[in-house]
Design a protein around this ligand. Structure first.
Ligand SMILES: [Zn+2]
Length: 536
C-alpha cells in the first residue's frame, strides 16, 4: 500500500509532465490499445482495460484490478477526462515485461516473462506471468522432436529450469520462447489448438497425452533432488560487422555471429528514424573491433544485452531504411540511404488506379474496387500536385487498357517505365474472405530493398496518423510465391501497391466512401514520400 501511495504521489508530482497519446501492444494477445504516456508510465482508461478481459473497481485511493485470476491494487489518475490506471506498474506486478520502444513513438510493448519450465519424461510444466500464446508441433520426420513455441514471451532473468536431458529451452525469437523435446518415445500432439494461458501442464507420455491447465493449481510432480539440467542454448563469442558493398543508394553490411550452434532468428527493430537495431536471441557475445570508417552513413555501432537478447545497434547519420536477410555466417544488413532533401517538386510520380473497365476487382456496388481505387488515386494526385510533383495517372476514368488482365497489368508498369518515373504507386482495395481484418498495407516486390523502404516510409505515417490501422509493409511473395505482383516486378523504379482497406470489413466500410478517408491516405502518402526522399 505504501508503495502504491508513493507512486501515486509521484504521479501527482508529475502532473505537469506532458501527457501524450500512446499505444500499447500485447504481443501475446496480438491486440493494440490506446492510452496516454505520462513520463515513463502508461495510463490506460479503465474502460479499455476491460477489453483485455480484466475487471476494474476504483475508489479514491486507486483501483482494484482483477487480471488473469489475481487481484492487484494500482494507482488511478484522471487523464483527458478518463479514469486511468498505471499499466506498467500493474504489468510489473504480474511478472510481465513492458518497455517503451525508444525514439519518440510512444509505443509500449508488453510481453510475458517465463518464470519456470520443468520437463521430465515428457511431462512439461510451464509458468508465465502473463498469458502466452502456445503452439505445439513436430519437427523432422524420423524420430520427430516436439516443438513448443510460446509467443509473446521472454525468459525471465531468474527463470527456474528443471530439465531432463530430452529438453532444451531457448529465446528463439525476440518475443518467442521455444522448448524442444527429443523424446525416446513417439509423442502424440493435441488435436486442438491450445488456448492462451499463463500456466501449462502438458504430458506427451500419458494416455491423455496432454492436459492443459489454465490455473496454477496442479503442477506435475518433478523430482527436484535429481535434476538433469540442460541450460538454455547460449552461444558465446564475438559479433563482427564488415562492409561488403556501398553505392549511392545502399550500404551492405555483413554481420557475423558466433558459431556453431546458433540457430536463432534475428529481427530488425527501428526504435528511431536514425537507429537500426538487430535483436539476436540466445547469444552472449562481445563486439569485435570494427573497422574505422565503416560507412559515412553510420555514426556508431554498439552491442548491449537486453532481456534474453543481444542487441546490435547502429546509429545512422539520418533516417534510412534497413533490410535484414540471413546469410551463412550470420546476416546481411542492407541500409538504404535516401537521396534528396525531402522535396517532391519535379518528381515524376505515376499513380495507378488499380483495375478498371472490364476488370472490376473485388467488392460490389459503391464498394467495387475499381471505383474506390480511382477515387483514392485522384485524392493522392491532388495532394502530390500541391507539393509540385509531376503526376501521371494511368487512368482517370473507368476503363481497361488491354483485353487480357496480364497484358493490362504490364501496360501500367510500362507507362511508368516509358516516362522514366521516379516512383510508381498502385492503389487497390482488398478482400479476405468472411472475417477480413481492418487496415491499410503497402506491398513491395520481394528482394527490392529500396521498395521495401518506400513501403515502410508510407506505413510509418499510416501507423501514426492513418485513417485505419497499420497492417505494415508486406512482401508480394506472400501473395504470389514465385513471381510476386506483375505491376511491381515490371516497374523499373521504386514501386509499391497499397491495399487501402478491406471492402468487406464493417469497420473499413464505415469510412472508405468518404473524402476524409481518401485525404487521410493521400496525406500519409505525401509524408511517406517526403521521408523517402530524405526529409530530415
Ligand atoms: Zn486489386
Amino acid at each position: 500500500m505504501l508503495t502504491a501511495l508513493a507512486l501515486w504521489m509521484a504521479l501527482c508530482a508529475g502532473a505537469f509532465a506532458q501527457v501524450r497519446n500512446a499505444t500499447v501492444t500485447y504481443t501475446y494477445l496480438g491486440v493494440q490499445l490506446r492510452g496516454y504516456r505520462v513520463g515513463e508510465e502508461f495510463m490506460i482508461p479503465l474502460d479499455r482495460i476491460i477489453e483485455l478481459g480484466w475487471s476494474a473497481n476504483s475508489s479514491s485511493i486507486g483501483s482494484k484490478i482483477v487480471a488473469e485470476g489475481k487481484t492487484y491494487q494500482v494507482p488511478t489518475r484522471q487523464v483527458d477526462g478518463h479514469t486511468c490506471v498505471a499499466l506498467r506498474e500493474l504489468i510489473q506486478k504480474m511478472d510481465g515485461i513492458s518497455s517503451w520502444i525508444p525514439g519518440g513513438y510512444d509505443a509500449l510493448e508488453v510481453v510475458s516473462a517465463i518464470t519456470s519450465v520443468s520437463v521430465r519424461s515428457g511431462a512439461v510444466a510451464i509458468n508465465a506471468g502473463l498469458k502466452v500464446k502456445p503452439t505445439v508441433s513436430l519437427m523432422g520426420s524420423n524420430d520427430p522432436k516436439v516443438v513448443i513455441d510460446l509467443e509473446g514471451a521472454r525468459l525471465a532473468p531468474g527463470i527456474q529450469l528443471e530439465l531432463d536431458s530430452t529438453a532444451k529451452v531457448s529465446q528463439y525469437r525476440p518475443n518467442n520462447v521455444r522448448i524442444i523435446l527429443d523424446l525416446p518415445f513417439t509423442p502424440v500432439l493435441p488435436q486442438k489448438q491450445l488456448a492462451n494461458a499463463q500456466s501449462f501442464n502438458l504430458n506427451f507420455n500419458s494416455p491423455e497425452r496432454l492436459i492443459q491447465n489454465p490455473t496454477k493449481s496442479d503442477p506435475p510432480k518433478v523430482n527436484s533432488t535429481k535434476p538433469d539440467p540442460a541450460p538454455p542454448i547460449i552461444v558465446e563469442g564475438e559479433v563482427s560487422v564488415a562492409k561488403r558493398n556501398e553505392d549511392e543508394i545502399a550500404t551492405e553490411l555483413f554481420v557475423t555471429v558466433p558459431k556453431p550452434g546458433w540457430k536463432g532468428i534475428a529481427t530488425v527493430r527501428r526504435p528511431a528514424r536514425d537507429i537500426v537495431e538487430v535483436a539476436i536471441p540466445t547469444i552472449q557475445a562481445k563486439l569485435s573491433d570494427i573497422e574505422k570508417d565503416l560507412s559515412k552513413h553510420i555514426r556508431s555501432v554498439q552491442l548491449r544485452q537486453d532481456t534474453g537478447l543481444t542487441v546490435l545497434s547502429f546509429k545512422l547519420t539520418g533516417r534510412m531504411g534497413a533490410v535484414l536477410e540471413p546469410s551463412s555466417e550470420g546476416f546481411k544488413l542492407t541500409i538504404v540511404h535516401p537521396t534528396g532533401s525531402g522535396s517532391l517538386k519535379g518528381k515524376v510520380i505515376v499513380i495507378d488506379a488499380g483495375h478498371g473497365g472490364k476488370f472490376p476487382g473485388t467488392g460490389n456496388g459503391p464498394y467495387t474496387e475499381k471505383v474506390l481505387s480511382l477515387a483514392t488515386a485522384k485524392a493522392v494526385q491532388k495532394a502530390l500536385e500541391a507539393e509540385g510533383a509531376q503526376v501521371i495517372m494511368t487512368r482517370d476514368s473507368d476503363k481497361n487498357f488491354r483485353d487480357s488482365l496480364a497484358d493490362d497489368l504490364v501496360y501500367r508498369a510500362d507507362l511508368a517505365n516509358r516516362n522514366s518515373a521516379d516512383i510508381f504507386l498502385s492503389f487497390h482495395y482488398d478482400d479476405a474472405g468472411s472475417t477480413p481484418p481492418s487496415g491499410t498495407k503497402s506491398i513491395y516486390h520481394g528482394g527490392r530493398d529500396t521498395d521495401k523502404y518506400l513501403a515502410e516510409c508510407i506505413q510509418e505515417f499510416i501507423k501514426s496518423e492513418g485513417p485505419l490501422p497499420n497492417l505494415g509493409a508486406v512482401n508480394d511473395r506472400k501473395f504470389a510465391r514465385d513471381s510476386g505482383f506483375s505491376v511491381l516486378r515490371n516497374a523499373k523504379m521504386p514501386a509499391i501497391l497499397m491495399e487501402c482497406a478491406f471492402v468487406r470489413n464493417p469497420n473499413d466500410r464505415k469510412v472508405i466512401l468518404t473524402d476524409q478517408f481518401r485525404d487521410g491516405i493521400a496525406k500519409c502518402v505525401v509524408k511517406g514520400l517526403k521521408l523517402f526522399f530524405g526529409q530530415k
